[in-house]
Design a protein around this ligand. Structure first.
Ligand code: G6P
Ligand code: ZN
Length: 542
């Protein structure tokens, strides 16, 4: 088999966003597009003699892209690639395999919660040897490389059979095709009390898991139905499909509406959950009650010690800045550190590696711990199940007790999607320009106590990330945050994050949108959202 260098020229716009390079699938399938980016990855991280993990969420083009990446890995001198059977790996499972096998990193093919299909989204990202997404300095170096690339290396070879578990030779490189679920499921067994959860299911506990025709189906069936004894049919939409069956595999109340309707309906099971395209996000719902991701993180932090993997307590917790401060209150009560990072799981990596945080979470339906270096949807579901099994209470009871103890951080995110980029940029620029003058002004009866553009200094390596979102704080503890999404592929998505604290005991059971109404009005007034974007009503409300 021969190795060629294929002449190419730089393709504009190959800049990784919050989580890797994401583009419309036809763009990725375009001439040299995937190849240029993959070569830039290998040029930056080096491939000679190295071992990588490869897998993806099974979306359209996943299988083709895997073959290309394998040939390029071989051509670039990699010694071995561990690839999930059928080129499938959930993102947390890929992170685990990178760590378990002490590899040099991995390539994950996914556009996460974005729809998949010939006209939808595709993505590629690189994770480091610690199992976590490449930090900004590395993705920036990859982007710089894409701008000067003149050729990529390709092995002349046929497709290999990724359908069968086992070892295959590709040129001088070894390819190990592995069961995507086995090692991940084994890891979960070390963290959670499977016996207690199994007993709960045996006692008649009912659950609905919506895998949204995405990657977690096989994982959820194996773990929930086979190993934990949940009733057959507990997992729905369990077949991963290249177009996710037309679903938008983003587990939030808007896109997982079927699950929400069931959980709010008369025959709701005890517990509901959904996960996203690549299995790192989760939404949890109790019977008749939605759990906001920020509250979920706080409840998990307050109760993690009930699971064997966290019995000795947490070193610290971390949340992204737009996530509510609910978990900070738990950390304070536990006497442990809490960290506030920019949006993006990669910012938790150093804290986890340094042992300063054990649990991390984001308002964007991500929760996870130091067991891998990605957020982990099924992990969160299992930790909830473990807590429910030990406390023997309903989700609603657990939330009520949590709020009674810590107070309630009412929280919601409003998304305005596919806004013209220039309008969104102009709005953010005007808001940034107005920040200095906001302090002391009164809106909706609330006085602005501070306003800034969030900047973060990593406490481990000292790196600084600026302009991570505008936040306006009020003296009663309310706040709103505005930032533009870094994961979209069409126009701009404006995210408005809203928070208001109620200490209790009165006022803990309001509808979040009602409780937040003054903050919503203040945010629209201050940022002039409608004036700049022409949009009044959000497309997604979490
Ligand atoms: C991905 C990242 C998360 C991030 C989320 C939202 O899921 O892994 O860490 O919170 O995207 O990002 P966005 O830039 O779209 O708000
Ligand atoms: Zn995801």
């Amino acid at each position: 088999m021969t190795i060629h260098t294929v002449a190419t020229s730089p393709i504009a716009g190959q800049k990784p966003g919050t989580s890797g390079l994401r583009k419309k699938t036809p763009v990725f399938m375009g001439r040299h597009y995937l190849e240029n980016f993959v070569q830039s990855i290998f040029d930056v991280v080096g491939a000679e003699g190295k071992t990588f993990v490869l897998g993806g969420d099974g979306r359209y083009f996943n299988d083709r892209a895997a073959q290309v990446i394998l040939r390029m890995a071989a051509a670039n001198g990699a010694a071995r690639v561990i690839v999930g059977q059928g080129a499938i790996l959930s993102t947390p499972a890929a992170s685990h395999l990178i760590r378990l096998n002490k590899t040099d990193g991995g390539i994950i093919m996914s556009a996460s919660h974005n729809p998949g299909g010939p006209d939808e989204d595709f993505g590629v990202k690189f994770n480091m040897a610690n199992g976590g997404p490449a930090p900004e300095a590395v993705t920036e170096a990859m982007f710089e490389r894409t701008k000067v690339l003149t050729g990529y290396r390709m092995l002349d070879a046929q497709d290999i059979d990724l359908g069968r578990v086992g070892r295959v030779q590709l040129g001088a490189m070894v390819v190990d095709v592995v069961d995507p679920v086995a090692d991940y499921a084994a890891l979960m067994e070390t963290l959670f009390d499977f016996g207690a959860i199994r007993a709960m299911f045996q006692g008649g506990f009912r659950m609905r898991m919506d895998s949204m025709c995405a990657v977690t189906g096989p994982y959820a069936v194996e773990i929930l139905e086979r190993r934990l004894g949940a009733a057959a049919g507990t997992v729905v939409n369990k077949e991963p499909l290249p177009d996710f069956g037309g679903m938008h595999p983003d587990p939030n109340p808007t896109w997982a509406k079927g699950l929400m309707d069931e959980m709010m309906g008369p025959d709701a099971p005890d517990f509901g959950a959904a996960s996203d395209g690549d299995g790192d996000r989760n939404m949890v719902v109790g019977r008749g009650i939605y759990v906001s991701p920020s509250d979920s993180l706080a409840v998990l932090a307050a109760n993690a010690h009930l699971a064997p993997g966290y019995a000795k307590g947490l070193a610290g917790v971390a949340r992204s800045m737009p996530t509510s401060a609910a978990v900070d209150r738990v950390a304070e009560a536990l006497g442990i550190a809490s960290f506030e990072t920019p949006t993006g799981w990669k910012f938790f990596g150093n804290l986890l590696d340094a042992g300063r945080a054990t649990l991390c979470g984001e308002e964007s339906f991500g929760t996870g711990s130091d067991h891998v270096r990605e957020k982990d949807g099924l992990w969160a579901v299992l930790l909830w199940l473990n807590i429910l099994a030990v406390r023997k209470q309903s989700v609603a009871e657990i939330l009520a007790e949590h709020w009674a103890r810590f107070g309630r951080n009412y929280y919601s995110r409003h998304d305005f999607e596919a806004v013209a980029s220039d309008r969104a940029d102009a709005m953010m620029a005007a808001l940034r320009g107005a920040l200095a003058g906001l302090k002391g002004q009164v809106f909706e009866g609330m006085t602005v106590s501070g306003a800034d553009d969030f900047a973060y200094t990593d406490p481990v390596d000292g790196s600084v990330s600026e302009k991570q979102g505008v936040r306006v704080m009020f003296s009663d503890g309310s706040r709103f945050v505005l930032r533009l999404s870094g994961t979209g592929t069409e126009g701009a998505t404006l995210r408005l994050y809203l928070e208001r604290y109620a200490a209790g005991p009165a006022g803990l059971n309001l509808d979040p949108q009602e409780a937040l109404a003054p903050v919503i009005r203040a945010a629209h007034g201050i940022a002039r959202i409608a004036g700049f974007t022409g949009r009044e009503t959000p497309d997604v409300v979490t």
